[in-house]
Design a binder for this molecule. Structure first.
Ligand code: NAD
Ligand code: TYD
Length: 341
């Protein structure tokens, strides 16, 4: 099969490309990526010399380039990971989230419609919004996003469904829980806390740290997407996670314990505006496709923290480069100031 993997140089996309080529070594994979700060060629450093993997640097909102890339490579399936993905960045500068996540996805749908290509879209549990205790989101729940990031992902998710209903476009959607694992940009909580702990720097926990997340290993997200691509029903949505949550304070404890660091590094700082307290998804529908997660959330967080300890070559240049400006902007005041959250 000929696949176009958009956002394949990012965290989950690069893990998926690696996984897919291991499982399907005869497939042709084209990575289409704008190479934003989060998109890094080195995430696939060991694979670029493979004859069946290539990179096109481009924007998913560039319809002419997407069309001609698909035509040139005979694309049969688009898997769309490309997105702006960090909630805090969406609070600082939201418009690019609409450009990429909404318009970019819409352009992919238009090209897929024009060329008759199947599209699988990577959505997120954040589209369901904050989930009260006692409930787990199922795929038919209404979408109720609460951050600019989540709202842009919800819009994309609904456009994908609309193209199936209106045009009969063969689409599938997976809604992933918080992923952790190798090559996650250190703006996200687990790699941020892991790399700070390794450097002996403070860990900025938003508010009381009792927010709940399902920290799922990226490997299980990849196997979940594969299950949907191979056995899922066209037009359907599937949640992908472990179905189990922990508080951020529990996650921090696992990171510190795994890395042999002291709890005195933890700082409660001013909370994120509109911070969702809890995400929780029911994943029975995906289980119905003969899929099971390999990792529980505790193992997933510990395994991720160990990866950062063993792969300083990957994150040290990021942390000492452009990331510093964002870190200062996001955390300097918070770490110097009083807790308000
Ligand atoms: P990431 O930020 O690590 O990577 C995003 C990738 O998309 C980068 O390679 C970037 O260069 C590329 N990109 C951004 N804008 C682009 C554009 N306009 N055109 C082409 N490429 C562009 O993100 P991630 O964490 O790997 O997330 C991948 C997908 O999974 C996203 O759609 C995200 O919403 C979704 N998701 C992420 C998580 C998570 O925990 N990280 C959970 C559920 C769903
Ligand atoms: P994050 O990795 O940004 O994912 P999301 O916001 O998509 O869930 O954050 C995970 C959790 O960790 C979330 O509840 C916010 C919290 N968090 C902190 O407490 N401190 C931080 O510095 C960051 C980045 C996140």
């Amino acid at each position: 099969m000929n696949l176009l993997i958009t956002g394949g140089c990012g965290f989950i996309g690069s893990n998926f490309v690696r996984y897919w080529l291991e499982q399907h070594p005869d497939d042709q994979v084209v990575v289409y990526d704008k190479l934003t700060y989060a998109g890094r060629r080195e995430n696939l450093h060991d694979l670029w010399d493979r004859p069946n993997l290539s990179l096109v640097v481009g924007d998913i909102a560039d319809q002419a380039l997407v069309r001609c890339t698909c035509q040139e490579h005979g694309t049969e399936l688009i898997v769309n990971f490309a997105a702006e993905t960090h909630v805090d960045q969406s609070i600082l500068g939201p418009l690019v989230f609409t450009d990429t996540n909404v318009r970019g996805t819409h352009v992919l749908l238009e090209v897929a419609r024009e060329l008759g290509v199947r599209l699988h879209h990577i959505s997120t549990d954040e589209v369901y919004g904050h989930i009260p205790d006692g409930h787990q989101s199922v795929e038919t729940d209404p979408l109720a996003p609460r951050s600019p990031y989540a709202a842009s992902k919800a819009a994309a998710d609904q456009l994908v469904q609309a193209y199936h209903i209106t045009y009969g476009l063969p689409v599938t959607i997976t809604r992933g829980a918080n992923n952790v694992g190798p090559y996650q940009y250190p703006e996200k909580a687990v790699p941020l806390f892991s790399t700070n702990a390794i450097l002996g720097e403070l860990l900025p926990v938003y508010g009381d740290g009792r927010q709940m997340r399902d920290y799922a290993h990226v490997y299980d997200h990849c196997t979940g997407i594969e299950a949907v691509l191979l056995r899922g029903q066209v037009g359907e949505v599937y949640n992908v996670g472990t179905g189990r949550e922990m508080t951020n304070l529990e996650m921090v404890d696992i990171v510190l314990e795994t890395l042999g660091q002291d709890h005195s590094l933890v700082r409660h700082v001013t909370d994120r505006p509109g911070h969702d307290r809890r995400y929780s998804m029911n994943v029975d529908k995906l289980r119905g496709l003969d899929w099971e997660p390999r990792y529980d959330p505790r193992q997933a967080v510990a395994e991720a923290a160990r990866w950062y300890a063993g792969n300083r070559w990957w994150w040290e240049p990021i942390r000492s480069g452009e990331f510093r400006d964002y870190y200062e902007r996001q955390y300097a005041g918070r770490l110097a100031g009083k807790v308000e959250g």
